[in-house]
Write a protein of this length. Sequence first.
Length: 256
Amino acid sequence: MKVFAAVIAVALLLTAAGVAEAGKIGEFSASSKGVVTGDQVRVFLNTDADADWEVDSKVTAGRFEFEFGTLLSGDIVPVKKSGTTDRFSTYCIELTDTISGGSMNWDVVDPVNNSGGEVSAVESDALKVLWQDQNAGEITDTTTAAAVQLLIWEIVYDGAAVSGGGYLNSSALSLTGGDFQVSTHTDYASIVSKANTILSGLDFENDPLADLYGMINDSQDQLFEGELVPLPSSALAGMAFLGMLALVRIRRKRQL
């Protein structure tokens, strides 16, 4: 009886561990270099349906850069920024958290399964359309980078309220209404104008999708473009050699 109880206890522990890991598809280490392309904007956030803003402050909105460290598990790695071997771009998913420098371990998840549960499947597709449309990982213009970050927050925090038909209704998104808002002060007019121009050109139903993932830990969740671990050149050469051998064998069989 005691043995049976012990087996049940272990099984429950394993099940709990599996639930805790649900949604995680990999892990890597990386260190933040902060927002390298962006600008300051005053933003507001209220997700509690009360009169007080959870966030009412000037923030630096834009493209982060991280330095990739080591792949710890899984087979997804960030797409490196052009001209670099270890730098990759991210944008913030969570407005209410902060991020610190130094090397940290990050879980790789589908954006739908990020730690705070902020992103729905429809919103995730919208983020992928936005990233692909703007080639977000390569943006060097500060206004554009800030505008893309504002749209990411708008999709994450207000997208669920305006989705329909399996895709986001872009015409219903607004940076001056809803849970997430941007100040209408003239200091930010060019960024808001750029964001609205980008938004008006997006087709969330038909536009192509970038291959996006979330990277999460106890700090601020980030969005990045990922790819399968590239095969080393030696492996590619080996595969080519095996392919040639296969062709030779096929030809010999035909000759026989």
